[in-house]
Design a protein around this ligand. Sequence first.
Ligand SMILES: Cc1ncc(COP(=O)(O)O)c(C=O)c1O
Length: 353
Amino acid sequence: MYPLLKINLNKFQENVDSISRLCASHHISIMAVTKVFCADKKLVEIFNKSNIQYIADSRLDNLRGITTDKEKVLLRLPSLHELEDVVKIADISLNSEFETIRRINETAKNLNKKHKVLLMIDIGDLREGIYHKENIVNIVRDIQTFQYVDLIGIGTNVTCYGGIIPNKNTLGKLIEIIELIKQTMDIDFTLISGGNSSHIHLLKDNYAIPYINNLRIGEAFALGRETAYGENIENTHQDVFTLEADLIEIKFKPSIPEGEIGMNAFGERPTFEDFGLMKRGILAIGRQDVDFHELMPYDNQLRFVGSSSDHIIVDLTHTDKDYEVGDVIKFKVSYGSLLSLMTSKYVRKVYVE
Ligand SMILES: Cc1ncc(COP(=O)(O)O)c(C=O)c1O
């Protein structure tokens, strides 16, 4: 029964509607990213009924399980060991390695199925993408010689690894590259994919970046916030997902373990602060399901003490509510906790309207 993750489908639908309207008003198409909720079928269905143009995921396994009329996009750069599946399952993939694109062309030829490629440029976040711009024109020219690869555009990603904020300066590097390509060759890209949920702050401020006509959005749909500054997006909900976990023990105990301290279950040497005698609760959910640092209790008098694989220990000493064993505690989730809670098969997913 517990732990469970409540998923409010109406609130998710409203997030999808508001953010799609915002993007459409800036003539920006959307790749709806499903990976934070493991391509959950009911949530994908909401994307399917929307006017969003593409469904995207970083995991091929998730994409494989998605039924949709929209084009499927593989977000993570393809592995050379899975190219046949990439071409069979995805219509489009994000790429930065010429050798991979060359091998995609060969694979696509063997399968007699064309594959679309979005070439990724790194503008400073230092995850995927071509970094040295002097190479780009030659790479684009070479890709264009491939018969089974259709280079549909270029893209960039920031605020994922390096935390770089998309603004006029950062995205100026992308614009320079687009202009360099346009000056050197006669090419008209269908897509200039400008980034992820961190780009939304620019739209909110009505700041249109030239050329960008597509965004790949995951977190903003799920949590109703842009990710450059973490601000809530107008007309969206931040509580589409709520975690509920139940208390399986409540006891008064000291705050410092007794005896010689060695390592905990994760090989770490724990340290403790002395808060005296505490009313300690144990929740039936643990580190195998979620990192408690990424959970926000609705009861803000509750404090986290620690966790092991199957337990989260909480301090109930200062809560107004007199908790009893069996009581259920509710938490708001962050991106990180949503990702792991959706991935954990031990957390039941319950849909509410
Ligand atoms: C390449 C790429 N684009 C877009 C996204 C979506 O990012 P966000 O969830 O911040 O919108 C991700 C992450 O899932 C990604 O890896």
